[in-house]
Design a protein around this ligand. Structure first.
Ligand SMILES: *[C@@H]1O[C@H](CO)[C@@H](O)[C@H](O)[C@H]1NC(C)=O
Ligand SMILES: *[C@@H]1O[C@H](CO)[C@@H](O)[C@H](O)[C@H]1NC(C)=O
Ligand SMILES: *[C@@H]1O[C@H](CO)[C@@H](O)[C@H](O)[C@H]1NC(C)=O
Ligand SMILES: *[C@@H]1O[C@H](CO)[C@@H](O)[C@H](O)[C@H]1NC(C)=O
Ligand SMILES: *[C@@H]1O[C@H](CO)[C@@H](O)[C@H](O)[C@H]1NC(C)=O
Ligand SMILES: *[C@@H]1O[C@H](CO)[C@@H](O)[C@H](O)[C@H]1NC(C)=O
Ligand SMILES: *[C@@H]1O[C@H](CO)[C@@H](O)[C@H](O)[C@H]1NC(C)=O
Ligand SMILES: *[C@@H]1O[C@H](CO)[C@@H](O)[C@H](O)[C@H]1NC(C)=O
Ligand SMILES: *[C@@H]1O[C@H](CO)[C@@H](O)[C@H](O)[C@H]1NC(C)=O
Length: 616
């Protein structure tokens, strides 16, 4: 049932630093989630330069092939043998968001592509066909049967209308004069809605016969709020020919046209008449569906603008830096537009997050967690650092994006500083409150969240304190979006003590489960209760060799000057030892642990007995 992350385990040190929390259970790290919506997409492929695209991002079907030694993509046959009756498609291999089912909000997109039509030598009569199209159809669609010739590889020639999974929206560049096409010429550009025959709701513009010849560039944009689709075509080989444009407003309801996630690409066909259809380059970018924002808002999340974050942090200046963790540096944000009070803004290190497809899902998961002992996420920002700077076309290629998480500012800093500072000593009642606070946050993450969430990096630096010294656990949920195969993530972090379960990195494998979190919790308890120099082994020796009262006196932090509740101290020490038993199966669950902390009459386990540490 457990899905463990695994990877090389260079050293304990590294693992210690490998921060965050990881979701276990049914969902493996990068499995597609049923509820996931396709993220916005942005790419730019030049088919003459193989470094600009990854073949895995393209789906070729039918007769489509990388042609001319990989310099372009032939959509239909290009061979010495017959090139009649061919169909072929090239599409982007991943789903593209079209609208959000929950909110009905529609995405916008823009695409531009250079293509070439090569006509056969003409005899006394016109012989050429059939043409090609840019299409949107249901993701993972198949070429319909009998869609060669006039079907443009989009629909069965025998049908009037495509339906179900075959529905499409297309811009056709058609070079053949079928009975259902404009009769004044052979060439036309048109907008098709699930039919190449009936453009009742679409638009079609005739072009002089033989216009669609040679290299051309098309730009197509779709505005999700106005539902207006505009396609324009430039004749690159004949600058004297005026560009043409067609446009149409897609009809309501948009949900009747296509499913929420679509496949985008090109189709082409030949029939008895032939020609070549070649794609030379293709760029595409879709905006997020604004529905995401409203969904995020529903989850209590806000999306901040990059420029507001820059303003709030003095352009992320050093003097605003509050600290640095495994996933990023944290800055103090003041007067952040739209946000009351101060915030902590975490700038995620480049490359420290993987699975960008999951980024928003992960944010949603984190944001659904609400607990008084968890630091709350106020919002986020994801900006492209490339051409689309500041436009937040989230988040297709993580390398090209900056990701920020905006958290509530927890004013008193972290527990590590409070435990180890020279001048003041945290009194016992505060420490006990902190212990219960962390315990209750972990109980929530482990047993009340569905699916449950692991923290994976429990240590005093990640436990923040508010003005009333309530503990707030930070940095949870992040490793769900962390690239757990990338060991470089961990080298940036701080942390030197052994909070990591030694059992979880056996044989070079890292395996996290609830009991590894429990281990870290136990180490933190011992650190809260004991003298700074007291190791777990030291406390264990006291436990196994001394009577309880002696152990408490010998182990307790002497800076408390004996001012503590002995029964509580005893409980915390024994619980710390129980949580850190070498055998993970003998450790308590967080439910057991909280029972012990909240009910003074819960009997303490006898850890020294052979079955020591089993649940009481
Ligand atoms: C192409 O398809 C048409 C119609 O189905 C058929 O009449 C013709 O023989 C086919 N040509 C080839 C070369 O297969
Ligand atoms: C288009 O086809 C129709 C029917 O075959 C024909 O009458 C018409 O002349 C054709 N148009 C052109 C411009 O050839
Ligand atoms: C297509 O364009 C090429 C180059 O511009 C030209 O040589 C050729 O004659 C054209 N073909 C037709 C059928 O017009
Ligand atoms: C869509 O059209 C509206 C109204 O003209 C405009 O305000 C908005 O900026 C357009 N959106 C895009 C992505 O072009
Ligand atoms: C067809 O496209 C042209 C050019 O963009 C536009 O002027 C016209 O309004 C469109 N017709 C319809 C029915 O949308
Ligand atoms: C930046 O923040 C200050 C308040 O700290 C505000 O007065 C100013 O207008 C902001 N500038 C921009 C560009 O938002
Ligand atoms: C912020 O700092 C970066 C370099 O760190 C600089 O390139 C940029 O111009 C600065 N922006 C502003 C608004 O000062
Ligand atoms: C890990 O991330 C760093 C920084 O982004 C990157 O340079 C490196 O190639 C990555 N390593 C692996 C194995 O993915
Ligand atoms: C958790 O992992 C540890 C170390 O790999 C193992 O000893 C323990 O049995 C596991 N616990 C559960 C509940 O699977």
């Amino acid at each position: 049932m457990f899905v463990a992350s695994s990877g090389r385990c260079p050293s304990v040190q590294l693992l210690l630093l490998y921060a965050g929390c990881f979701l276990l259970g049914i969902l493996p790290f990068d499995a597609p989630r049923h509820a996931a919506v396709a993220p916005p997409v942005s790419f730019s492929f030049d088919f003459s330069d193989s470094s600009t695209f990854n073949p895995q991002d393209l789906r070729l079907q039918g007769n489509a092939k990388h042609g001319l030694d990989g310099k372009l993509v032939d959509l239909t046959c290009n061979s010495i043998a017959s090139i009649q009756n061919c169909t072929g498609r090239m599409s982007y291999a991943h789903p593209v968001p079209f609208y959000d089912d929950a909110t009905g909000v529609v995405a916008s997109f823009a695409t531009r592509f250079a293509f070439r039509v090569i006509l056969p030598a003409q005899g006394s009569r016109v012989k050429k066909g059939d043409g090609m199209a840019f299409f949107l159809t249901g993701y993972n669609s198949a070429i319909p049967p009998d869609s060669d010739g006039g079907g443009l590889d989009l629909m069965n020639r025998g049908l009037g209308l495509a339906y179900g999974a075959d529905r499409f929206v297309a811009v056709e560049f058609h070079t053949y004069n079928n009975s259902f096409d404009p009769q004044d010429s052979w060439d036309h550009v048109g907008i098709d809605l699930s039919s190449v025959k009936n453009r009742a709701n679409g638009n079609v513009t005739s072009l002089p016969t033989f216009s669609l010849n040679g290299t051309m560039t098309a730009s197509i944009s779709f505005n999700g709020s106005t539902r207006r689709l505009v396609a324009s075509l430039h004749f690159d080989d004949r600058p004297s020919v005026q560009p043409v444009e067609v446009s149409a407003q897609l009809p309501e309801p948009i949900t009747a046209l296509l499913p929420p996630d679509v496949e985008v690409g090109f189709s082409a066909s030949t029939g008895k008449q032939v020609e070549l259809h070649q794609i030379l380059s293709w760029s595409f970018s879709s905006t997020e569906k604004r529905g995401r924002d409203s969904l995020m808002a529903g989850a209590g999340q806000r999306r901040f603008r990059y420029r507001d974050l820059v303003n709030a942090t003095d352009n992320f200046s050093e003097k605003r830096k509050l600290g640095k963790g495994a996933f990023g540096a944290v800055y103090l944000g003041t007067s952040l537009k739209g946000q009351e009070g101060q915030v902590a803004i975490k700038k995620i290190f480049k490359g420290s997050l993987g699975g960008p497809n999951n980024f928003l899902d992960e944010i949603k998961t984190i944001s659904k967690t609400k607990h008084k002992n968890l630091v709350s996420l106020e919002g986020w920002c994801c900006c492209s650092s490339g051409t689309w700077n500041l436009m937040c076309w989230c988040c297709q290629k993580q390398d090209h994006h900056k990701i920020f998480l905006v958290y509530e500012l927890v004013p008193q800093g972290n527990l590590h500083d409070h435990l180890h500072k020279e001048d003041t000593v945290l009194p016992w009642h505060t420490r006990y409150k902190i212990v219960k606070g962390i315990g209750s946050a972990l109980l929530y993450l482990h047993h009340e969240c569905h699916p449950y969430i692991l923290h994976r990096d429990i240590k005093p630096e990640n436990i923040l304190l508010d003005n009333d010294y309530n503990a707030k656990l930070a940095d949870f949920g992040l490793s769900r979006i962390a690239n757990h195969n990338n060991a470089t993530v961990v080298t940036d972090a701080v942390g030197t003590r052994g909070y990591m379960d030694p059992q979880c990195m056996k044989a070079g494998k890292v395996r996290f489960n609830r009991s590894t979190d429990v281990y870290s919790f136990g180490i933190v308890l011992l650190e809260i209760a004991c003298k700074c120099d007291k190791s777990r082994e030291g406390v264990w020796n006291l436990y196994s060799n001394e009577v309880a009262e002696h152990m408490v006196e010998a182990a307790a932090d002497e800076r408390l000057g004996g001012n503590f509740d002995r029964a509580q101290m005893h409980r915390v020490l024994v619980l710390g030892l129980w949580c850190t038993l070498p055998d993970g199966t003998q450790r308590p669950s967080m439910q057991d642990a909280m029972r012990l902390l909240e009910h003074d009459n819960t009997p303490l386990p006898d850890l020294a007995s052979p079955a020591g540490g089993s649940s009481t």
